[in-house]
Design a protein around this ligand. Structure first.
Ligand SMILES: Nc1ncnc2c1ncn2[C@@H]1O[C@H](COP(=O)(O)OP(=O)(O)OP(=O)(O)O)[C@@H](O)[C@H]1O
Ligand SMILES: [Mg+2]
Length: 414
């Protein structure tokens, strides 16, 4: 009787991936771009180790993130499962092998579930999105008994603990070479030769602000801060003292950030065809007076569209609508704010916008920053630094947004 040896289906790693896998360091920190092949590189190493009898843990920020790896393992070991040399335990999120090895999947947002285990090999996929306490207090001690290995692979997220470990790896490799305990690797998405991924790489480069592209696709560690580049180069001259005259074919739109208790109302008038900010007005005053002033400004500008922030201002919005101003309300969420600010950042990067030499606007642009949200999601929030204002930046972003909201009929008929 012939018994066929079951096959293990693994990917053939590329040389740039293989270099990471075969490095002798116990701790590996891999900063790699989106779709580089992070999960593939570590996933194949994890499967091979478990088949060979080691206890492996696969950690992701949330359970949902583990799905592609689960599918990869199922595919790789299907003949071993058929041959009873491997077992799939869905309830426990675990694969076990007749060699004694195992792969257990855990979510870092539930560190309690990981406690009480020890492993020969831990892989932290999307490590930069995992809380640093989970790494230092829960995961790192779990390889102490076994003198095991930990690989951390991720797209960078600012200068957090993953960056600290990355720097440690660089330093040790420089000082100790192959004897380094921690090794660091850097890989861009463009290392992946898949034509569709390369196409996406080139397309996204044109579609998102360069700081974001450098972080997500070129896997660079970006300092939080400076977002608006090129501000000086985009200044056309002094701030006019009176509202300039509008030519017949001009299309002017407005963005308004309504003042709350401590900040002013700011209105920005933007010439869509010229990509130029033609006028900026701001005032601290009561609602009735603000509405009166806005009404006067609208009367002079006759904007084709006008976007006003609604969040927290529903009452004023209704008053503006009752005053027959052609407004489109804008609801601010983290996502909608990110979208309009990203648009504005790109306009500055590409030199598609020009602004007058307006002290407050320029000051706010230069100070405007991105901060990393706490927790596993790692969401980026855009805002002024604590205690500073961003009303001029928001009004400008809303004016640019107004250029895309469509033109009011009144404006066309008039
Ligand atoms: N060595 C390889 N051989 C063949 N295909 C590969 C290899 N490495 C990566 N790929 C392919 O590239 C794509 C991205 O791989 P993978 O999902 O591992 O990347 P990732 O960096 O984890 O992506 P994400 O940023 O979405 O988490 C997949 O289609 C994968 O099959
Ligand atoms: Mg992945």
């Amino acid at each position: 009787m012939t018994s066929k040896t079951p096959k293990l289906y693994l990917d053939v790693l590329r040389p740039d991936q293989w270099e990471i896998v075969q490095h002798p360091a116990k701790f590996k920190v891999i900063a790699a771009g989106r779709r580089y092949g992070k999960s593939t590189t570590c996933g194949n190493a994890a499967i091979l180790d478990a088949v060979n009898g080691r206890r492996v843990a696969w950690i992701t920020p949330t359970y949902k993130n583990a799905r592609p790896f689960w599918v990869m393992v199922e595919r790789a070991i299907r003949e071993l499962v058929g041959n009873k040399q491997a077992r799939i335990d869905r309830k426990e999120n675990q694969f076990t092998f007749s060699s004694g090895g195992s792969i257990s999947l855990f979510s870092a947002d539930n560190p309690q579930s990981i406690l009480g285990n020890n492993f020969h090999f831990i892989i932290i996929d999307e490590a930069a999105r995992i809380d640093e306490n989970v790494y230092y207090e829960t995961l790192k001690p779990m390889v102490a008994d076994t003198d095991g290995d930990i690989w951390m692979i991720s797209t960078p997220k600012g200068l957090n603990w993953f960056y600290t470990e990355y720097l440690r790896g660089l330093r040790e490799m420089k000082e100790l070479g192959e004897r380094a305990e921690v090794a660091a690797f850097h890989r861009k998405t463009s290392h992946n030769p898949n034509p569709n991924i390369l196409k996406a790489y080139e397309r996204v480069k044109r579609e998102i602000p360069s700081v974001k592209f450098r972080q997500e696709w070129d896997a660079e560690f970006i300092t939080e801060g400076v977002l608006f580049s090129n501000v000086d180069a985009n200044i056309y001259g002094d701030m006019p003292t009176t509202l300039p005259k509008q030519n017949r074919n001009d299309m002017w739109v407005m963005g308004v950030d309504l003042g709350k208790l401590h900040d002013p109302t700011v209105a920005v008038v933007y010439d869509v065809n010229a990509g130029r900010v033609v006028w900026i007005e701001s005032y601290h005053s009561n609602y009735t007076e603000q509405i009166e002033r806005l009404r006067t400004l609208v009367g002079h500008v006759q904007p084709a569209a006008m976007v006003v922030e609604r969040t927290g201002n529903q009452g004023v919005i209704e008053m503006l609508q009752n005053a027959n101003l052609p407004i489109t309300p804008f609801d601010t969420t983290n996502a909608s704010k990110t979208r309009i600010i990203d648009n504005l950042i790109m306009k500055f990067e590409r030199g598609e916008i020009s602004i007058p030499n307006h002290q407050e606007l320029i000051g706010e642009l230069l100070m405007f920053e991105a901060t990393q949200g706490k927790g596993s999601a790692g969401i980026v929030r855009y805002s002024a630094p604590r205690g500073q204002h961003d009303d001029h930046v928001i009004a400008l972003a809303l004016a640019v947004e107004a250029a895309h909201t469509g033109v009011t009929w009144e404006a066309i008929i008039a």
